[in-house]
Design a protein around this ligand. Structure first.
Ligand SMILES: C[S@@+](CC[C@H](N)C(=O)[O-])C[C@H]1O[C@@H](n2cnc3c(N)ncnc32)[C@H](O)[C@@H]1O
Length: 222
């Protein structure tokens, strides 16, 4: 595990064991460093930041960067606020991206990160959600969309079962009415329709039991 992830995990040492376990499990099961190393400096939105682990990594990696994390789950935002209180370059808000960043700061972000969030929204809301993210970014701003690929593999089916447990059985993840993992072609079409040029598709499933995939895109001029 990278030194940066360990540094970020140390911020959670005063949280209750259940929350610490959740954050450590996240660190082991998701390729957060692969997202972080492709994120530029400047002002970055972490949409659906959860406990804020990726926000912490982004803030620690570049103290000049400003990270704005937002999540609709009040419990998670409270844990994130408590853990990240010592990071002066992180601001956290409770709510959806439409309720917070989109009204407050359109066109002002150098980058936006959406890491394992889109699949929790109903599919019919995906186009509008992606257009909202586009609207946050400066022209040429970078969008990092980390998803689990719906490729029909055993890893895909395992990931769906795991998410069902997290959302419906344990209530650890707050869904917004959706649970769909899409194939790459469909994701590329959605991103293009929302105004993004996809520059790179990074397969990150190797070494994980989940078919992680990262879309690295640039916001075209409106
Ligand atoms: C699997 S967690 C990922 C958390 C974090 N991005 C990470 O990579 O560790 C999914 C997060 O999406 C959040 N979420 C659910 N619906 C959302 C929405 N409509 N807008 C933004 N975030 C949402 C959940 O509250 C949850 O914290």
């Amino acid at each position: 595990m990278s030194a940066l992830i360990q540094q970020a995990l140390a911020l959670y040492s005063d949280l209750p064991p259940t929350e610490r376990f959740h954050v450590h499990a996240r660190a082991f099961s998701a390729p957060l460093m692969d997202v972080a190393v492709r994120t530029p400096g400047g002002t970055v939105a972490d949409i659906g930041c959860g406990h804020g682990l990726l926000s912490a990594v982004l803030a620690l990696a570049d103290p000049k960067r400003t990270v704005r994390g937002v999540d609709p789950d009040p419990r998670k935002v409270a844990w994130a606020r408590s853990a990240l209180a010592r990071l002066p370059n992180v601001r956290l808000a409770e709510g959806t991206v439409e309720e917070t960043l989109a009204t407050e700061a359109p066109g002002s972000f150098d980058a936006a990160v959406v890491c394992d969030v889109l699949y929790l929204l109903p599919e019919e809301k995906w186009p509008a959600f992606l257009r909202t993210v586009h609207g946050l970014l400066k022209p040429g701003g970078r969008f990092l969309l980390k998803e689990v690929e719906g490729d029909g593999s055993w890893k895909h089916r395992k990931a769906l079962a795991q998410e069902w447990v997290m959302v419906s059985l344990l209530g650890r993840t707050k869904a917004s009415g959706g649970m769909a993992l899409k194939p790459r072609g469909e994701m590329l079409r959605l991103l293009a329709d929302a105004g993004f040029n996809v520059e790179e598709v990074v397969e990150l499933g190797r070494g994980y039991t989940t078919p992680h995939v990262l879309y690295v895109a640039e916001a075209r001029l409106p």
